[in-house]
Design a protein around this ligand. Structure first.
Ligand code: 13P
Ligand code: SF4
Length: 347
């Protein structure tokens, strides 16, 4: 694609969000990526947290984790470039193993995925035999392989309810688990893995339905009630949206909570003088670019250091150098696939 054409296309969308001097440089990179993408028969998937110049130029599809995993499963292209983080690229490989899946940055991890190992899940299953395990997609393939079913932020409560079980192990996000417990009316406990007579350690009659883990999203855990109060004091008519990886206090004080796609839809469908989206700041820019009539406030003091490692430069290099290839041992992939597919069947 010609750089000028790409520049015009990006400018039409991003004029008010990205300064022209940056737009010109990024348009040149984006044009090269689009050409190489065609040559290599690749599809580019872009998570909602990608910076605006990437989000609105090179992806074939954009969306939340659930959406993009469906797209990854359906593609017939030879190569999938995942502009997101490692667990997302792994999910693409789990679902579509004959494709080459590339993650443009080796550093794109996730604090939630790093918070739990397959051995931790095995220890929980040994402690609570027969209790089904729900794992958030923000986990690595070996943890998914130990799980009965996965969930994302857009279907977590539906997945838990679909099990019709008295007790469910829900891993690894403490806040998402607490938010799901509230939404489904279930009691939740957080057992330690050292032996106790009961998960609460007291030997009392058990009274719990969700068993959680102390994983946290290093981004969403930083938003506080005080932040919300300060913003509401300054902008009394602001509509505040939060991701369910935020604390239950923050979610309760928000006007809406949902997955990244659900928050985007909510802003598009709601009339209000100001919006504040409590999630990775780039998503506020992306919503502002697509909805110039909406006034988006942002709290950009909190950023996802993992999503932010994915740049246009890295994506170009991923295509040129065929890096970084996602590989998953076949036995782990097969077991993980059943947990992910069970989730996708629920929607
Ligand atoms: P979504 O599934 O809502 O896109 O969220 C992914 C994520 O990593 C949020 O921090
Ligand atoms: Fe992981 Fe949080 Fe970053 Fe999402 S925002 S990728 S949950 S660290």
């Amino acid at each position: 694609m010609n750089t000028q054409e790409m520049y015009e296309r990006m400018k039409a969308r991003l004029e008010k969000v990205v300064p022209d001097v940056e737009l010109r440089i990024k348009a040149e990179l984006a044009a090269q990526i689009v050409d190489l993408k065609k040559e290599k028969n690749a599809v580019i998937l872009g998570h909602n947290y990608m910076e605006p110049a990437l989000f609105y130029s090179i992806p074939d599809f954009t969306g939340d984790s659930l959406d993009l995993s469906r797209k990854a499963a359906q593609t017939d292209r030879d190569v999938i470039i995942f502009c997101g983080v490692r667990f997302m690229a792994e999910t693409a490989k789990i679902l579509n193993p004959s494709k080459t899946v590339l993650l443009p940055s080796e550093k794109a991890g996730c604090s939630l995925a790093a918070s739990i190992t397959a051995a931790d899940v095995r220890a929980l299953k040994a402690r609570f035999p027969g209790v089904p395990v729900v794992s958030y997609v923000n986990t690595y393939a070996d943890v998914k392989a130990e799980s009965d079913i996965c969930c994302t932020s857009s279907n977590a409560a539906a997945v838990v309810e679909s099990l019709h079980a008295d007790t469910v192990i829900f891993l690894p996000d403490e806040y998402l688990a607490r938010n799901v417990a509230r939404e489904t009316g279930k009691h939740i406990v957080f057992p330690s893995l050292t032996p106790h007579p009961s998960p609460t350690g007291g030997g009392a009659q058990l009274d719990y339905q969700l068993i959680g883990w102390h994983g946290r999203c290093e981004v969403h855990e930083k938003f506080t009630l005080a932040d919300i109060e300060a913003v509401r004091a300054q902008f009394p008519d602001v509509v505040i949206l939060s991701h369910p990886e935020c604390s239950p206090e923050v979610v309760a004080a928000s006007d809406f909570s949902g997955s990244t796609n659900a928050m985007i839809r909510y802003v598009q469908q709601t009339k209000a003088p100001h919006f504040l989206v409590l999630t990775e700041c780039a998503m506020g820019d992306n919503i502002a670019a697509a909805n110039p009539e909406k006034d988006m406030l942002r709290l950009c003091m909190v950023r996802c250091p993992h999503m932010n490692t994915i740049t246009l430069e890295d994506t170009l290099n991923a295509l040129k150098l065929n890096r970084y290839v996602i590989e998953i041992p076949e036995d782990i992939r097969r077991r993980a696939r059943s947990a992910v597919e069970r989730m996708i069947a629920i929607g």
